[in-house]
Design a protein around this ligand. Structure first.
Ligand code: NAI
Length: 283
């Protein structure tokens, strides 16, 4: 099967990045979000990123213009009828994702592969919401998508070998490095990363060090490019909390208990960089 038309559902930080990377690699992209404002914002972000890449001479003016021309706004989810591959990147919530996959399954042609960019949720459960579970797969990009090389490809128990190999090839065409992961909570990257971030939040909660000193410890002591609290703000504290809840519930192990301070920040609407306040304040 040849993938020509990609549809991305959700134009937030991840969806916009995925749309950009697909368009840069020559695919036609339909970008959809249920909120028009979010869709406009996503398209604006793509323009900013692509123009900056051109200014830095990472891409030519022709590549810039071609990339932008290949991205189209989808007015409705019904446009999935034109897609060979749909990549979903909406909020990290199982009910929302299964409802979308159920709907996409009704709309998309029989050959279409349905992929989710979920950070932690069960692809097996998402696949079971469709009548094509063998054509459902996880395609977990990293943030920021245009820069980060890794894509975790998650096989649901139902995913066919054919679907897997098409998506593995697709990831390579996007100039990414795919790794194969079985479908268990948090996959590989977030199973290791999120408990570290959660522990950093506990360290703050218990008054052991300041936000800045926790981040400096990990940056200068462990040679991490950014501290765990900065990274949490960057990922979104709501997303961090969802992932910790998935790990906690999925493994029934208290070592994954989300820190109460993380819960409190999310309740306050302090979701990190995207809302202007998390562990740091952004102006
Ligand atoms: P975000 O909050 O920036 O964007 C989500 C977008 O989905 C919003 O624009 C929202 O309007 C839209 N949306 C919500 N429900 C919808 C629906 N029913 N139909 C269409 N659009 C809908 O979230 P972000 O950070 O882009 O995350 C999206 C997904 O990617 C989540 O599953 C998350 O776990 C995953 N992810 C996030 C990473 C991160 O660093 N933020 C990294 C890798 C994966």
């Amino acid at each position: 099967m040849n993938i020509n038309q990609v549809m991305v559902i959700g134009a937030g930080q991840m969806g916009a990045g995925i749309a950009q990377v697909c368009a840069q690699s020559g695919f036609h992209v339909l970008l959809y979000d249920k909120q028009t404002e979010a869709l406009n914002h996503g398209v604006k972000r793509i323009h900013k990123f692509v123009h900056r890449a051109c200014e830095k001479q990472k891409i030519t003016e022709e590549q810039r213009d071609d990339t932008l021309l290949r991205i189209e706004r989808a007015a409705t989810i019904q446009d999935a009828a034109k897609a060979d591959l749909v990549i979903e990147a909406v909020v990290e919530n199982m009910d929302v994702k299964t409802a979308i996959f159920h709907e996409l399954d009704q709309i998309a042609p029989a050959h279409t592969i349905l992929a989710s960019n979920t950070s932690s949720l069960s692809i097996t459960e998402i696949a079971a919401a469709t009548n094509r579970p063998d054509q459902v797969i996880g395609m977990h990009f990293m943030n920021p998508v245009p820069i980060m090389q890794l894509v975790e490809i998650i096989r649901a128990v139902q995913t066919s070998d054919g679907t897997y190999s098409i998506i593995e090839q697709m990831a390579k065409k996007l100039n990414k490095v795919p790794v194969t992961v079985q479908d268990f909570p948090g996959f590989v990257s977030n199973r290791i990363l999120m408990p570290m971030i959660n522990e950093a939040i506990y360290t703050l909660y218990e008054g052991i060090a300041t936000v800045e000193d926790i981040d400096t410890s990990m940056k200068l002591g462990m040679n991490h490019p950014m501290g765990p609290l900065t990274l949490a703000d960057f990922i979104g504290l709501d997303t961090c909390l969802y992932i910790m809840e998935v790990l906690h519930e999925g493994f029934s192990d208290s070592k994954y208990r989300p820190c109460p301070l993380l819960k409190q920040y999310v309740q306050a609407g302090w979701l990190g960089k995207k809302t202007g306040r998390g562990f740091y304040v952004y102006t």
